[in-house]
Design a binder for this molecule. Structure first.
Ligand code: B16
Ligand code: MG
Length: 217
């Protein structure tokens, strides 16, 4: 029986990918690296450090370790300027309705995100109170597809991974959920997320009955 609903953040609850893009784009321009929206897709669900490695590889640039650290800080400061302006209007369609429904059936709600900025973002959009546990980029040492982030989430609310369902927009996140033995639900493109147990374009396509009757066999 499913008792616990684990949500990824970026691409599932809010679309912060557009702000990551703007902040990375500014840095890439300064480094004279061509960085497009297509390139930004490669960074979804990926850690901050790995994201910069990918961008430098795209531009075939090698930099000093001290510059690497400085660029990470600079990018995050730029990103936080966008986050600071976020409010509840940025919650993706029907996420709030589904969180309320899960609470009404006494389901546990957990965040499982690679972002180190997850808590301020949830605070900004007014959703932090819904979460029984938050696991983010500050808590994990291994990135998705490693299942660590979701397994810690299950542990924090004292449930067996088999009782958990994960909502994810990134392939690596779906793989992490599957490896954890959790039910996986892809939010986004059917072809991209085909390793998920179920796939929906967004939460408006998911009924309350579906959420209540989920089983992990
Ligand atoms: P930060 P998620 C991920 O969030 C983003 O998809 C990814 O693009 C970003 O690099 C990562 O968080 C780290 O974010 O720089 O804020 O620590 O999809 O796992 O919720
Ligand atoms: Mg995501």
């Amino acid at each position: 029986m499913i008792t616990t609903y684990i949500f990824d953040l970026d691409g599932v609850i809010v679309d912060t990918a557009k702000y990551h893009y703007l902040a990375w784009k500014k840095l890439a321009d300064e480094l004279e690296i061509d960085f497009t929206h297509e390139h930004n897709e490669l960074l979804k669900g990926v850690s901050r450090v790995r994201s910069l490695e990918i961008i430098l590889k795209l531009g075939k640039k090698e930099i000093l370790t001290s510059d690497f650290e400085r660029f990470l800080i600079q990018k995050n400061e730029d990103y936080l300027k966008y986050i600071d302006k976020m409010d509840a209007s940025e919650i993706l369609p029907d996420v709030l309705g589904k969180l309320k429904f899960i609470k009404s059936i006494n389901g546990k709600i957990v965040l499982g995100s690679a972002s180190k900025n997850a808590k301020p973002i949830l605070q900004k959009v007014g959703l932090i109170e819904f979460f029984d546990a938050i696991v983010d980029g500050n808590d994990v040492s291994k990135a998705k597809p490693d299942p660590e982030v979701f397994l810690i989430g299950a542990q924090k609310v004292n449930v067996n991974p088999l009782e958990c369902v994960v909502f994810e927009d990134a392939v690596a996140g779906i793989q992490a959920a599957n490896i954890a033995g959790m039910l996986s639900i892809g939010i986004g493109d059917k072809a991209t997320l085909n390793e998920a147990d179920y796939i929906f374009t967004d939460f408006t396509q998911i009924t309350n009955e579906f959420l209540q009757n989920l089983e992990n066999n």
